[in-house]
Write a protein that binds this ligand. Structure first.
Ligand SMILES: NC(=O)c1ccc[n+]([C@@H]2O[C@H](COP(=O)([O-])OP(=O)(O)OC[C@H]3O[C@@H](n4cnc5c(N)ncnc54)[C@H](OP(=O)(O)O)[C@@H]3O)[C@@H](O)[C@H]2O)c1
Length: 297
């Protein structure tokens, strides 16, 4: 294959919500792929509003795993708590050995899918792309998309699928650090979900101190897991949230406001679980998930 040339691939997206929709549109813009949307309900069409304009995704849709056939790549973009049902698609989709990219938040993508996928074929993907799904088949990307994957042959193969699309693809040598960095950033979001208040909440001094303490727990646990995280991370994130729009709603808060299940376990719950493993106390993150889980629908 020549430099810059993209080979066509059969790609199945399992879970076509905000991120599954965004990834589908990026694949379409890369061009030449055969895209299959694997959903729980039939999807009549998929339109993605990107900052640069709208993309209508040309794809086939199947709404039952037993109707699926083999593909070259599977991208899982369900919420983390739907891993088990997402895995029901794998026997058919991966019948010819397709690798599985897991586009889900957190640091446990491998543990989460280990029961169903050979780890050599599993690729965790960190997605940075503010996106929402106002209705079935309609996705809105509110900003530029970036994805980070390990700098490995599998990571390169995945990145090649998106060549020519507007996604910024990062191949990272230290994926553990990248994943914990993102988890530290996301951990703060529990405060917004608990108080039902958007990002402006963190401008309050006492709330800011709480955010710093939540991040400090995550930094301590992440370091024990091998991540390189600086002492100033909490301050950096707090400054970032304070400088951003005060009405910005993170996905944990958005899910709670919409009466949807929250991804507490994959986020603050992961900090608590990994903390236990290393004997590192995480009382604030534990309190956050306990209180939020009491609010789960
Ligand atoms: N949204 C963001 O801005 C953003 C940014 C970065 C990372 N992330 C992460 O990306 C992941 C996906 O989040 P999201 O916001 O895209 O969630 P979402 O909008 O709720 O989409 C998840 C989709 O998965 C579908 N699904 C669940 N189980 C399924 C199954 N067994 N088979 C087929 N489809 C299934 C859901 O179907 P139903 O329609 O039936 O519910 C839904 O359409 C999460 O880990 C999230 O933390 C999100």
């Amino acid at each position: 294959m020549g430099k810059g040339e993209v080979s066509m691939a059969r790609v199945a997206i399992v879970g076509v919500g905000a991120i599954g929709g965004a990834i589908s549109s990026l694949l379409q813009l890369a061009g030449g792929h055969e895209i299959t949307l694997c959903t729980r309900r039939p999807l009549r069409q998929l339109t993605v509003a990107m900052p640069s304009g709208s993309v209508r995704v040309e794809a086939s849709n199947i709404a039952a795993p037993e109707r699926a056939g083999p593909v070259d790549w599977v991208v899982v973009a369900t919420k983390a708590y739907d891993a088990e049902s997402a895995a029901r698609w794998f026997p058919a989709l991966c019948a010819q050995g397709a690798p599985v990219a897991v586009a889900q938040n957190g640091v446990e993508q491998r543990e989460r899918f280990a029961p169903w996928v050979d780890l050599a074929r599993l690729l965790p993907v960190i997605v940075d792309c503010p996106a929402e799904r106002p209705a079935d088949g309609e996705v809105r990307m509110r900003g530029a998309a970036q994805m980070s994957v390990e700098d490995t042959p599998l990571g390169h193969d995945f990145a090649a699928l998106f060549a020519g699309s507007p996604v910024k693809m990062k191949l990272v040598a230290d994926f553990v650090t990248a994943a914990w960095w993102k988890l530290c950033l996301n951990a703060v979001g529990a405060l917004n979900a608990l108080t039902l208040k958007p990002a402006g909440l963190l401008r309050d001094e006492a709330m800011g101190r709480l955010a710093l303490a939540i991040v400090a727990e995550c930094v301590a646990v992440g370091r024990a897991e091998g991540a390189q995280l600086s002492d100033s991370l909490g301050e950096e994130f707090l400054a970032h949230y304070r400088a951003g729009p005060p009405d910005s709603v993170n996905s944990l808060l958005a899910d709670r406001l919409a009466g949807r299940r929250m991804e507490t376990s994959a986020r603050n719950g992961a900090i608590v679980r990994k903390g236990e493993k290393h004997g590192i106390p995480t009382p604030l993150n534990r309190m956050a998930i306990t209180l939020l889980d009491a609010q789960q629908p």
